[in-house]
Design a protein around this ligand. Structure first.
Ligand SMILES: C[S@@+](CC[C@H](N)C(=O)[O-])C[C@H]1O[C@@H](n2cnc3c(N)ncnc32)[C@H](O)[C@@H]1O
Length: 131
């Protein structure tokens, strides 16, 4: 068996890997920006200006959904490039945040699992690190 692998780096948004063929990837491991963790607001905001507006308007759930809308595009692209039986490993943390005096949890892990289930993936046992 040949264990040699080829490594290439693509500088592109994960929303569209135009030079990666359909069904050509066996394993995806990724740590995307975490929706509603403040340090990633700018990154999401640059990709959809409505996100900043919703945060500024005190509409965090709308911002949360728009952020996940960007990740949903990535998950769709992952589905395209993964081969039959391919695996996607997503490293994500939930977010806790106070906006307008309202402290709450933004459950990123469950939102992402729900996206992948809709795309037809089978959920495998998760590793949940409770900090
Ligand atoms: C939680 S960090 C992960 C950092 C990474 N594990 C590392 O060690 O550098 C999320 C990363 O996703 C990048 N990112 C944000 N939107 C992206 C997109 N549409 N396509 C690809 N990467 C993106 C951010 O710039 C950031 O570097």
């Amino acid at each position: 068996m040949n264990y040699l692998t080829n490594h290439t780096i693509h500088f592109d948004s994960a929303k569209s890997f135009s030079d990666v063929q359909d069904g050509s990837v066996a394993l995806i491991v990724t740590s995307p920006p975490y929706p509603m963790i403040e340090m990633w607001d700018e990154s999401f905001g640059k990709q959809n200006s409505d996100i900043r507006a919703e945060l500024d308007n005190g509409e965090p759930l709308a911002a949360f959904e728009l952020m996940h809308g960007i990740l949903d595009e990535v998950w769709k692209e992952c589905t395209r490039v993964l081969c039959e039986g391919g695996i996607a490993c997503i490293n994500i943390g939930d977010a806790t945040r106070t906006i307008d005096n309202n402290f709450r949890l933004y459950s990123n892990h469950s939102r992402i699992i729900s996206s992948f289930l809709k795309l037809g993936f089978s959920n495998l046992p998760n590793i949940i690190w409770r900090k």
